[in-house]
Design a protein around this ligand. Structure first.
Ligand code: MRU
Length: 356
């Protein structure tokens, strides 16, 4: 059974301690978030990232705010408003904040403090359990997948939807971790994921777990898929609309198109908290636009192993930086969830069942 080598967050008194993902894969550094503003900054600058983890951290952010403030309605409302505004696309954020609101609103100011830590802890623990269940259902899929003679099963992924992005073993990587733990060998093609290069986080995770993987530039995906070098694409999601249109890290859509053109199945792995019955279709999903700076600059280590930030494009260059794209439902072969595999045609029944 796979467990997170390092917890993505932990409580420290009235503060939250996170693993600062902006320092990875070069340095493992924790950061203490002692105020609501610290938590909001950590989410919006992507010190913590990945839809499920963003939801968990936002929930803990409410607890931090209530513990350091009066705990009354004004403080609760302010915390919810500030945290809601941090990142718009991942629906897990709103899902977690709505759940905190529903749990805490009826309580007295004094009772809210401890209750907020308990509820956030429950959200975190439940996310870990959901990841494990996603791993189990995805492993069944990988097991049943036809493999080419003399070759390990090959999965391509995009961004980072591993343990760093959740409270447990991840979403898109959970089937891989589960399969490898059961002795089924799987190799992973890891897309670099410009501009924030979350693929480096995936490569770091897989290296630590001893799982064979190959890092590639995002633009190599089409050729590898066309050549039949990949058996399946599995990605995570930030929001899945009621019709199955899926928002995920920018670049996902191109992989889905290339997978369809090459006859390779394309799966989305996500917990119930990522499905948004209230958003009818992809066009209604807010796509986060991030700073041009992320495209202008690249970060890495210099020859001496010191972190460095380098400018790529010349000043004044016009830049567009959408953080996500939306893959139409008809390109998705199935959703790997904690409740098993769901086909696009079964999505409305699934959404009804999770609401009741
Ligand atoms: O901008 P990020 O790094 O938070 O985006 C993350 C992704 O797009 C992930 O694929 C998605 O959140 C699923 S994480 C389990």
């Amino acid at each position: 059974m796979f467990t997170q080598p390092i917890a993505t967050l932990r409580r420290d008194g009235d503060a939250l301690v996170i693993l600062d993902q902006t320092r990875l894969p070069w340095r493992v550094v924790e950061r203490r978030l002692a105020t609501l503003e610290d938590v909001a900054e950590a989410i919006s600058t992507m010190r913590v990232r990945g839809a499920p983890l963003i939801g968990c951290v936002a929930a803990y952010g409410v607890a931090v705010a209530l513990s350091t403030g009066a705990g009354d309605d004004a403080v609760l409302d302010h915390a919810l408003t500030v945290l809601r505004a941090t990142r718009p696309t991942a629906v897990n954020l709103a899902w977690a904040l709505n759940r905190m609101d529903a749990r805490l609103r009826p309580l007295s100011s004094a009772a809210r403090r401890e209750a907020s830590w308990i509820e956030a802890g429950d959200i975190y623990a439940e996310d870990a359990a959901m990841c494990a269940a996603i791993g189990a259902s995805g492993m069944g899929l990988l097991r049943a997948m036809p493999r080419r003679a003399g070759r390990t099963l090959r999965v391509m992924t995009h961004c980072n939807a591993g343990w760093l992005a959740t409270a447990g073993m991840g979403t898109a990587l959970a089937p891989v971790y589960a399969a490898c733990a059961e002795g089924l060998e799987v190799e992973v093609f890891v897309s670099e994921t410009r501009p924030r290069n979350q693929g480096l986080l995936t490569a770091w995770e897989l290296a630590a777990a001893g799982i064979r993987h190959t890092l590639m530039a995002d633009n190599a995906a089409g050729l590898l898929l066309m050549r039949g070098e990949v058996d399946a694409v599995i990605v995570g999601a930030d929001r899945i609309a009621a019709n199955g249109d899926t928002a995920n890290k920018v670049g996902t859509y191109l992989k889905a198109l290339a997978a369809r053109a090459s006859g390779v199945p394309f799966y989305v792995a996500a917990p119930v908290s990522t499905f948004d019955a209230g958003t009818a279709c992809g066009e209604m999903i807010p796509v986060e636009e991030r700073a041009a700076e992320e495209v202008f600059f690249v970060e890495g280590l210099d020859g001496e192993g010191c972190p460095k930030r380098l400018r790529l494009a010349q000043e004044g260059t016009c830049v567009v930086n959408p953080a996500f794209d939306v893959t139409p439902a008809d390109l998705v072969s199935g959703f790997i969830t904690e409740r098993g595999m769901i086909g696009v045609e079964g999505l409305s029944d699934f959404l009804r069942s999770v609401r009741t």
